[in-house]
Design a protein around this ligand. Structure first.
Ligand code: ZN
Length: 247
């Protein structure tokens, strides 16, 4: 029975390690997904700002066209001024010329403002595109590292599973079944008893059971937490005996 307990403990160590690695494996894609979400968000923002810039550029082209029209209107007004037949016509043509010139001036100011706004926006967007590019490169690099990490963890899990299955083969099926049942409910299925106390729940083991444990000839469970228990000193002897046998 000592061998059975020893194997169970090793089995438990393997199962715990597999559990730990599986948890680590689960954490990797979550981080990657968060990175991808961040990247998608800044990319969408950049695309939206580029769309705004394109709108402004279209408005600029429209205003340039309007400016040409305004200039033609000044020419037309000047023409009327030259053709004026009397002072009334002359005054009217002069007012129109002035008004048309004002129109050109304000349109020019508008076009100049647009040119400045477009240049400023282009500069900001170039900087932003640069930082989005840096983020994308870093997300890709993280992705590569994560894929390598996943492969590494999966290989380790596979390796431990093989060892675990070899160990499990040497545990009696009914003991293995009990172990698995407790493990599902309690996590830790096999615990030591030290100074008469169960290390799983810290309750005292009845003296009668403690005597049975010290003999180590049966698989016993803690009356309080129902975990499989063993006397720790017995396991030490088992380890020494094993070393002795090997040497
Ligand atoms: Zn207990």
């Amino acid at each position: 029975m000592r061998d059975q307990l020893k194997r169970l403990e090793e089995l438990q160590r393997h199962d715990a390690k597999i559990q730990e690695l599986e948890n680590a494996l689960k954490a990797v894609p979550a981080k990657l997904a968060a990175n991808q979400t961040d990247l998608a968000r800044v990319e969408a923002l950049l695309a939206s700002e580029r769309g705004q810039l394109a709108d402004t550029e279209r408005y600029y082209v429209d205003q340039k066209g309007q400016l040409e029209q305004d200039e033609e209107n000044v020419t037309g007004a000047k023409h009327k001024l030259a053709q004026a037949k009397n002072s009334k016509e002359y005054m009217a043509a002069q007012r129109e010329t002035e008004s048309r010139r004002d129109g050109v001036a304000s349109r020019e100011a508008e076009v100049l403002k647009l040119v400045e706004a477009i240049e400023a926006k282009k500069k900001i967007l170039a900087e932003r595109a640069q930082s989005v590019e840096e983020l994308r490169a870093s997300v890709e690099k993280d992705g590569e590292l994560a894929r390598a990490r996943i492969a590494e963890i999966e290989a380790k899990i596979a390796e431990i599973r093989v060892e675990r299955d070899v160990l499990a083969r040497d545990v009696k099926p009914e003991v293995l079944k009990r172990y698995s049942g407790i493990r599902i409910r309690r996590g830790l299925a096999v615990v030591g008893v030290r100074n008469g106390t169960c290390r799983g729940c810290n309750m005292n083991i009845p003296p009668q059971l403690y005597n049975v444990l010290q003999r180590g000839s049966s698989i016993e469970t803690c009356p309080s937490c129902h975990r499989i228990i063993y006397w720790e000193d017995l396991m030490k002897d088992a380890a020494d005996a094993k070393d002795g046998a090997a040497g």
